[in-house]
Design a protein around this ligand. Sequence first.
Ligand code: SAJ
Length: 412
Amino acid sequence: NTVSVIGLGYIGLPTAAVIASRGINVIGVEINQAAVDTINKGEIHIVEPDLDIVVKSVVSTGNLKATTQVEKADAFMIAVPTPFLHTQEDEHKPDLSYIESAAKAIAPVLEKGNLVILESTSPVGATEKLAGWLKQARPDLSFPQDVGDSADINVAHCPERVLPGYVLQELVSNDRVIGGISSACSEKAATLYKTFVRGECIITNARTAEMAKLTENSFRDVNIAFANELSTICDQLNINVWELTKLANRHPRVNILNSGPGVGGHCIAVDPWFIVDSCPEQAKLIKQARLTNDAKPYYVIEQIREAADQFKRPVIACLGLAFKADIDDLRESPALQIVTALSKENIGEIIAVEPNVKSLPKDLAGKVKLASLQEAVKDANVIVVLVDHKEFKSADKTVFAKKVVIDTRGIL
Ligand code: SAJ
């Protein structure tokens, strides 16, 4: 049996490698030629712990091969991005163009008996759309939306739910929600997932599976928004939010998350908008949570301005640029957003500390200095903790005492 994974990014590549490690032949399809060449050398183009070892091994056994051209396979797993489109009327319209392109690419090679799985996080209805695009391109085949269980091609949605930094463990250990367009679609998809998933494979329909994934990330976003709102209320009332949260969490049915400088990453700050786009009238709290979390970096910037104003020559040390602790991923990071905004103002000298990167992104170069924690803290009069990296949590903080400190992560 051969599995084809379309899109070899943060989700597709680990998925392809794990399936290949079970002795299954995997063809990885990726439009980026440089990524294809890297993978075929047994190397990786993304950062994820231990992924390099697995890819090296499955490429050397011949179980994983990357290519830019779609080939025949028994199952196709689509793991392409689903960002949002910024239109004039709406800033957050889901963009299904990558899924549509993937459908058009695999349609010509589809054969009776094939299974097509959508892994990308998608708005409700996207799997039905995918099946529609496939049907349009292949009127000679039958599809589950028309003939149910007897279809030539089966189509299902199985959303990925892995946490960056723990992808290889979570790919195998997490439970999977499997939503077929028909029950035959779900059964076939579950059989494939059971070859590499140790968690439970739970069957539902495609729309519920789509909504389950969006719900998980919206749940987290709403809860982080609660914590972020609480932190600004506490600032007003002169209460330490970290102490308050600890105390409230002593209640057996209360579990408040941690406030921070905002919500970053490619999922939690995006997926709730898919629900808002589907049901704007109903999704009021979900939308407000997005707005609350998106406003938090501006609140922190204002706090930094006020702190800097106290000094003739402000030197601001910003600890952390990544979107969360102990990763090197700076994309969609509120910490980076804050440092970038400061670098455009005439606010003083800015020093960034990011133990997980060797150089600063291009638009910070020349405006912000990258330094070690010791160096930055020594020179600074204002210290801003933006990420709770382990290097910061374990640092000797006696020097912090003489400085003005804005601790958005509560590490002190
Ligand atoms: N954050 C806080 N306070 C908290 C927790 C998180 O401010 O108490 C911030 C983080 O600093 C970060 C952002 O939220 O900026 C998101 O971080 P995260 O660790 O909550 O989540 P992600 O984006 O790395 O991964 C999420 C996971 N979803 C859930 O936990 C429900 C993961 O399982 C999903 O697979 C992933 O989104 C995805 O791909 O959708």
